[in-house]
Structures are given as structure tokens and as C-alpha cells.
Design a protein around this ligand. Structure first.
Ligand code: COA
Ligand code: AMP
Length: 630
């Protein structure tokens, strides 16, 4: 059966299609119904089934006699270590950790925040929560204390599991002081913290609150898997929206298991036992779905890579890892390849390694520019497939379903909708536009298994952010078009979210931080194009009257403030003091026009602009920062 037949089969009987896929999962009680209506426009999958994520990701492979297969390879060029964990070892480690968490009072439904770098213990912590039916929320290590505090207050965790430190090129990231600072700041306090001490930095434990990862497991009874309902939240993952308050995307257990398992063969074309590598971070959705859960649920070997595409030690690292571990499918972000290409344009490094095990390269997380795709195909000699999805969906909306059929590649397009996604391009009024015309990309409800059913403790925000603009549809926040063959093209966000090195960030969140500077009266943050990272944030601040301090000092403080409040991952380094911001007569800041000036694109000031002369001042400020030059 080809892609078209599979897609049509799903469309003809969506519930039957997913019920059939659900048979690949082990249930304590099989679901009798695929889809349940849980309220106006709210849906849940496999709600009356009972299952456990950790059982499906770990124990069942051991029971099936595959305990000796390597489950996790930790390849860490940044610390110079390599470590392999079999499925049997993983089961024992996770059962013990879960037992220790249970002994400290963690039960089904309790939230646990995980703040860890790319070490296998991060996956073990996620799986131990899943084993108990506890709901984890992993926070990316590149976020600052304040962001962690915001998540602590929203998720109200009973426990936090953290590492003592992370390791970035040239510096140790002191996780423990960041954690302590976050708990000081947050209103909610966890009952206890589990600290995984790394040899690069041993942290001081807080008497009465912190326990040592190894020490607290001493003598505990390992925990069995706790069956949970199909609609029990497996995890919460916070992602950027239009404001500084992140959105807590919920993932339900049943749909998550079914959809991820389906994706491994049909999209990534791997069979159980194959090595699969997603070079991302456990703090992002790609890490949740494709470093931790999907490869393990499907019985693959997954790689936890602690390093960078370049500099650890060189631009050959990706090829070295692929060769060393015989990776069959490789998934990364375009920005990572842009970094490799910059250091090794001719692809000299790839020639040093035998990458014959590799079938294909998959790109997602941001727009994949044709130059990068063509370069990657040329130097690797492998097909490169773009695919499009979001934290909210948890798996591919549109992609090349390589395990079903090798569709013709159209460079610049992440191809076609996957079964489960009825994708439409709509105009402002919600009417479908013609093939080839630009519009908002929306998905007809219900969303498929695995996609978000709601936001954590924020149903109104869920409706407002995703459901209210186009009734009956989920609004993706992306704009684009579909061609005559049904291939999608993703052009831009329709909101204030920007994508910096594959990391999703909120310009609104950065504006909130800048507005907190005592000398800043007004500000705007825009995303400008960057050759390496895709986009970079750039701030414009207007000062409170009477401020006489130098602009240089204020800019420095603004840069430091964003780094301190949001974190180094915001990569906020460009900032200028300006007298005024360009606005419409009704007072709306013209951010889109500012972006066009920065990127030296053609633009027409909107007819409603208050004072066009301000645009010249903005241009001059941009030129001083090295933009708007052509
Ligand atoms: N913990 C702490 N700090 C982190 C971090 C982490 N997990 N990840 C990144 N940072 C820091 C970096 O050290 C850097 O700090 P600096 O300002 O002191 O240099 C800052 O955050 C910005 O990081 P980044 O945007 O990643 O830039 P970079 O210059 O360090 O690296 C690339 C550039 C292209 C090599 C890198 O961005 C990359 O590998 N991108 C791939 C992204 C990816 O896989 N995304 C997942 C989505 S699919
Ligand atoms: P995140 O939730 O961090 O995965 O970011 C999701 C957003 O990244 C999407 O809404 C898009 O704006 C962008 N994105 C992800 N994948 C692609 C892609 N293949 N092409 C274009 N944009 C993408």
C-alpha cells in the first residue's frame, strides 16, 4: 500500500485506523473505543484503556527476550566518555529509581520536574516517573533560574530531579545553584530534590530537602509498572507562546504510545533492533519523542549525545557517531548542519568515516533552507527528508513517510500530511485558499493520537491560543501553502514566536524582561534572519525621560538581564537604544516592518503608520548593529 492508500484508509475510518495501530502496544486493559469527546472541541484517545509507558518502552522488550540489546548509548565527546545500557540493565535501574521515588511518596498523578543535561539518567528519570504514573516535566538546561521557577509554580511538583551540572563547550553549567535559586523564587516548594552528582562538579546538598541519586536508592524495593488510563497525562512540556508565561503542553499516555510507535517504521523506516539517533536535547519535544520514548517503545537503540555538531572536537562528530554506532536513521535540526557546513564546506570529514549503515537524514525544528539540504545530500550521499511538527503535536504533521513509500522529494517542502492530520490552508476569515496560495495552516479537529489534548491547568488559554480563531480547527501558528500535489510549504509564524538555532522562543517574553529594566520605558523585540541560527532576537529600547546613563551601559544591562531571566539559550546579544518605535496611529508597534528593514527586504509602510520618519531612525540603529545594509 502506498502513501495515498494509507492516508485515504485513515480518512475513511480514523478510529478504525488508530485502533489497529493500538494493537502494537501492550495494554493491561485494551481500549474499547478509540476517540472520546471530552467537551466542546476537546478530544481524548484510548481513554478507557489501561497501560503503562515504561512497560511498553522497557520491560516488554526484556520479557520478549531482548534484554541483552543495547537500549541507550551515551556518547559524550564533551566529557570524553562512552557508556552503553542494555534493556535489562535499564529495567533494573528504572525500577530501582522508581522504587526510591515511591518510598519518598511519589504516586500516580504527582508532578516531578526533571532538570538534567544529556545523560542517560535523564531518560531513566523520565521512565521512572512513567513507571509510577507520575507526570514529569523536563526543563531544558539552557533556561535560567527564573524560567525554572515559573515552571515549578505552574506544575507544582512534589519532587525535582536534577543533575549537579551540565557541560557546555568551555564551561560547566552550574545546575544546582540555578535550581536553588529557582526554589527560592517560586511560591510552590517541592517536598524533596534528588541530585545526580556528576564528576565534573559535585554540588552541596540542602539538608532535609535534597537527597543523593545513588544514596536514596539504597535498600529500596524496585517498583513495578503502575497501569494508568489511556487519557492519563504522561508528561507536561512547556513551550513558548506569545507571552512570557510558557504553555504547558500535556501528552496523554495512550495516544502517545500508539502514535510514536507508528512513526518509527512509517516515517523513520527503522525496525526493532536498529540504532536510531536524534541529535537534540531531552529538554525539547524532539528529545522527549525521539531520544527517549519512540525509539524505546519501538525496541530500537537510542543515542544520548552530549556534544555539539562542531567543536566537540570538530565538524566530523556527527559522521563519527553514525559510523561508530551504525546509526540507521539520523534526525537533527538544519542549524546543526549549517554549523557543520560552515566549518567543513567541502565535506572532508565525512570521507574519514564509514557511514554505510545510514539510510536517511531527517530534519525538523525550523525551516530547512534548500542550500543546507542540498549540501547535506551532496556530502553524505544520503537522502535528506524535511518534516514539520511542533511541541504541541509531539510527532510529524507533514513529512516523507519513507517506511510506506519513497515519495519524490521536493526541496523546500516537508512533504505531505501524515494520517491523523487533515491539514487546510485558510484565509483570515477561515475559508480555504487555492493550491499555491499563502494562508494560515490549520488542522481539522480532532487532532490525532499523541497530539496535545489541552494545556496544563489552562483550558481557556488552550481554546484561545489554538481553537477560537478558526472554529472546528486547530490553529498551528504557522503560515504556508499547499501545492497541487498536496505538498506543504511552511513559510513563517503568524505569532511572536521565533526560532533561534532550532529553539522556540517568545519575543513577547523577552519584551517583558526588557520592560522590567528601570530605565526602559518601552521596547520591542523582533527576530532577524541569521545565516547560522535561522533567526536571532534583536531588541529596541526607548528610555524613560531624564535617563542620562550611557546607551552602551544600558544595552549591556539589557543583554545580561535577558540572559539571567530567560537563559543563555535566548542568544539575546543584539540591542539598540532608539528614541521612538514605529507604530500605527492606534499605537500598535510595527514589528513586521522592522523585521523587513533588518533583513533588507522590500516593504511598504502600512497606510496606518503614525510617523514614517521613525523608520529611518530604526534603519540607522539596525545598520549600527550590522543589519539593513543592502
Ligand atoms: N545548557 C546550558 N546552556 C546551554 C545549553 C544547555 N543545555 N544549550 C545551549 N546553551 C547555551 C550555549 O552554551 C550558548 O551559551 P553562550 O551564549 O555562553 O555561548 C547559548 O546557550 C546559545 O546556544 P546555541 O543557540 O545552541 O548556540 P551555540 O553557539 O552554542 O551553538 C549550534 C550553535 C548551531 C552548534 C547549536 O545551536 C546547535 O547544535 N543547534 C542544534 C539545535 C537543536 O538540536 N535543537 C533541537 C531542536 S530539534
Ligand atoms: P517546536 O515546538 O519547538 O518544535 O517548534 C515548532 C515550530 O518550529 C513550528 O511551529 C514551526 O514554526 C517551526 N518548524 C518546525 N519544523 C519545521 C519545518 N520542517 N519547516 C519549517 N518550520 C518548522
Amino acid at each position: 500500500m502506498g502513501y495515498k492508500e494509507v492516508y485515504e484508509r485513515w480518512k475513511a475510518d480514523p478510529e478504525g485506523f488508530w485502533m489497529e495501530q493500538a494493537q502494537a502496544i501492550e495494554w493491561n486493559r485494551a481500549p474499547t473505543q478509540a476517540l472520546t469527546k471530552a467537551g466542546d472541541d476537546l478530544y481524548e484517545w484510548f481513554a478507557d484503556g489501561l497501560t503503562n509507558t515504561c512497560w511498553n518502552a522497557v520491560d516488554r522488550h526484556v520479557e520478549a527476550g531482548r534484554g541483552g540489546q543495547v537500549a541507550i548509548i551515551h556518547d559524550s565527546p564533551i566529557t570524553g566518555t562512552l557508556h552503553k545500557i542494555t534493556y535489562a540493565e535499564l529495567r533494573n535501574r528504572v525500577a530501582r529509581l522508581a522504587g526510591a521515588l515511591r518510598a519518598k511518596g511519589i504516586e500516580k498523578g504527582d508532578r516531578v520536574i526533571i532538570y538534567m543535561p544529556m545523560v542517560p539518567e535523564a531518560l531513566e528519570a523520565m521512565l521512572a516517573c512513567a513507571r509510577l504514573g507520575a507526570i514529569h516535566s523536563v526543563v531544558f538546561g539552557g533556561f535560567a533560574s527564573n524560567e525554572l521557577a515559573v515552571r515549578i509554580d505552574d506544575a507544582t511538583p512534589k519532587a525535582i530531579i536534577a543533575a549537579s551540572c551540565g557541560v557546555e563547550p568551555g564551561r560547566v553549567v552550574h545546575y544546582k545553584p540555578l535550581l536553588d535559586g529557582a526554589i527560592d523564587r517560586s511560591t510552590h516548594k517541592p517536598d524533596f530534590c534528588v541530585i545526580f552528582q556528576r564528576e565534573q562538579e559535585v554540588a552541596r546538598l540542602e539538608e532535609g530537602r535534597d537527597v543523593d541519586w545513588h544514596g536514596f536508592q539504597y535498600g529500596v524495593e524496585p517498583a513495578d509498572c503502575v497501569p494508568v488510563e489511556g487519557n492519563h497525562p504522561a508528561y507536561i512540556l512547556y513551550t513558548s507562546g506569545t507571552t512570557g508565561a510558557p504553555k504547558g503542553v500535556i501528552r496523554h499516555t495512550g495516544g502517545h504510545l500508539v502514535a510514536l510507535n507508528w512513526s518509527m517504521k512509517n516515517i523513520y523506516n527503522v525496525d526493532p533492533g536498529d540504532v536510531f539517533w536524534a541529535a537534540s536535547d531531552v529538554g525539547w519535544v524532539v528529545g522527549h519523542s525521539y531520544i527517549c520514548y519512540a525509539p524505546l517503545i519501538h525496541g530500537n537503540t537510542t543515542i544520548v549525545f552530549e556534544g555539539k555538531p562542531v567543536g566537540t572536537p570538530d565538524a566530523g562528530t556527527f559522521w563519527r557517531v553514525i559510523a561508530d554506532h551504525k546509526v540507521r536513521s539520523f534526525f537533527t535540526a538544519p542549524t546543526a548542519f549549517r554549523a557543520v557546513k560552515r566549518d567543513d564546506p567541502k565535506g572532508e570529514f565525512v570521507k574519514k568515516y564509514d557511514i554505510s549503515s545510514l539510510n536517511a537524514i531527517y530534519l525538523a525544528g525550523e525551516r530547512a533552507d534548500p542550500d543546507t539540504i542540498e549540501w547535506a545530500m551532496k556530502v553524505s550521499g544520503k537522502p535528506v527528508y524535511d518534516h514539520w511538527w511542533q511541541t504541541e503535536t509531539g510527532w510529524t504533521i507533514a513529512g516523507y513517510p519513507v517506511g510506506i513509500e519513497k515519495l519524490p522529494v521536493k526541496i523546500g517542502s516537508p512533504a505531505v500530511p501524515m494520517p491523523g492530520y487533515d491539514v487546510h490552508i485558510l484565509d483570515e476569515a477561515g475559508h480555504p485558499v487555492k493550491a499555491g496560495e499563502l494562508g494560515a495552516i490549520a488542522i481539522k479537529l480532532p487532532l490525532p493520537p499523541g497530539a496535545l489534548p489541552n494545556l496544563w491547568s489552562a483550558e481557556e488559554r488552550f481554546r484561545k491560543s489554538y481553537l477560537s480563531h478558526f472554529p472546528g480547527y486547530y490553529e498551528t501558528g504557522d503560515a504556508g501553502m499547499m501545492d497541487e500535489d498536496g505538498y506543504l510549504y511552511i513559510m513563517a509564524r503568524t505569532d511572536d514566536v521565533i526560532n533561534v538555532a532550532g529553539h522556540r522562543l517568545s519575543t513577547g517574553g523577552m519584551e517583558e524582561v526588557l520592560a522590567g529594566h528601570p530605565d526602559v520605558a518601552e521596547c520591542a523585540v523582533i527576530g532577524v534572519s541569521d545565516q547560522l541560527k535561522g533567526q536571532l532576537p534583536m531588541g529596541f529600547v526607548c528610555l524613560t525621560s531624564g535617563v542620562t546613563r550611557t546607551h552602551e551601559d544600558i544595552v549591556k544591562e539589557c543583554v545580561t538581564l535577558v540572559r539571567e531571566k530567560i537563559g543563555p539559550v535566548a542568544a539575546f546579544k543584539l540591542c539598540a537604544v532608539v528614541d521612538r518605535l514605529p507604530k500605527t496611529r492606534s499605537g500598535k508597534i510595527l514589528r513586521a516592518t522592522m523585521v523587513k528593514i533588518a533583513d533588507s527586504e522590500q516593504f511598504k509602510p502600512p497606510a496606518t503608520i503614525d510617523d514614517p520618519a521613525i523608520l529611518d531612525e530604526i534603519k540607522t540603529a539596525l545598520q549600527r548593529l550590522g543589519y539593513a545594509n543592502s
